[in-house]
Design a protein around this ligand. Sequence first.
Ligand code: DAH
Length: 328
Amino acid sequence: MANLDDLQKLRDQALAQLAEVRDDALEAWRIAWLGAKGAVKAAMGKLKEIPPEHRSEYGKLANDLKQALSSAFEARKATVSTVKRGPVTDVTLPGEASRIGHQHLITQTVAELNEIFGRMGFSTAYGPEVEDERHNFNALNIPPSHPARDELDNFYISPSVMLRSQTSTVQIRVMESQSPPVRIIAPGRVYRPDTVDATHSFMFHQVEGLYVDEGVTMADLKTCLDQFCKAYFGPDITTRLRPSFFPFTEPSAELDVLFHFDDGRKAWVELGGCGMVDPNVLDDVGYDSEKYTGFAFGLGIERMVMRKYGIPDIRLLFENDVRFLQQF
Ligand code: DAH
C-alpha cells in the first residue's frame, strides 16, 4: 500500500537521477518524472489508497514533491548551454506566410469559356502554336497573294512555318481529323508582330468556334453568340452582327456588344469575327458542302476580359504583377 515514505523515496531517487543526467537527456527526465504519465502524477493517483486520516498530509507532500522536482528541473535547465546544435526556432517571431498560387485572369477566363460553351454542347479542341501555312492560310481560303500573309504581319520561322496568327487553324485540324457533325471551341494563344501599346500585344488569345452539321444557319450563329455574350457579360448586354469580310466565311460579320460606361456613354465594341463557313473550306477538308453547312467565329479573349473588368491597358495582363493579378 502506498504511504508517505514512498513520496520521500521518489524524491531522493528523482533528484539523484537529475544530478547524473546528461544535458541532452534532460527532457526525457522531465517526461519520466513530471510528465502527464510520469511518476509524480502516478504517485498523486495513489491518493485514494491512503487511509483517510493521512490523505491530506499525503496530498500536501505529493504537491511539495511536484514543486521540488519542478524547481530542481528549472534550475538544472538554466545551467544547460543554450548553444545547441542545429537551428533554434523562435516560435514567438511572426511566421512567414506560405505563398498560395493564383490563377491568371486569362486562365480563369478560358475555363469560363469552356464552361459556357460546354453547356451549349461545344467541346474544347487544341492545336499547335507553331503552324504550317496550309492550316494558317491555304485551307482557310487565304490565297498566296493575300495581304494577310505578308512577312511583316506574321512571325515566320521559315517560308512555310510560322507562329499561328489566328486560332482558325484549329477549325481545319479538327475537320481533317473527324467527320461531321463538329461542334468545338478552340481557345489559345496567337501571335502577330504588332507594336505593343494599350490595346495591342505581339501575343494574345482568341477563342475559335466551329459548328458544322446539316442545316446549320446564320440564325444559329446569331443565337449562339448572343447567348454566349449574355452568359459572359450579363443578361442585359446587347449584341449585333455587322457585315464584314473574311476569306473563310461567306457571309461574314463582326460581332459587336453595346457597352454602357459609368459616365453614361454607350459604345459598340467589337469582339471578333464570324460567319458561315465558306463551302471552299468544307470541300478542302473533304466535307460534302452540298450536305453540310457550318458557322464559325473567332473572338479576342483580352478584349472581352478588358471590357468586363474595366482593364484599361492590355499590358497589365502580361506584366504579371501579383498586385494586379490578385484582384481577380
Ligand atoms: N480569324 C479571324 C481573325 O483572327 C477571326 C475570325 C473571323 C474567325 C471569322 C472566324 C470567323 O472563325 O468565322 O481576325
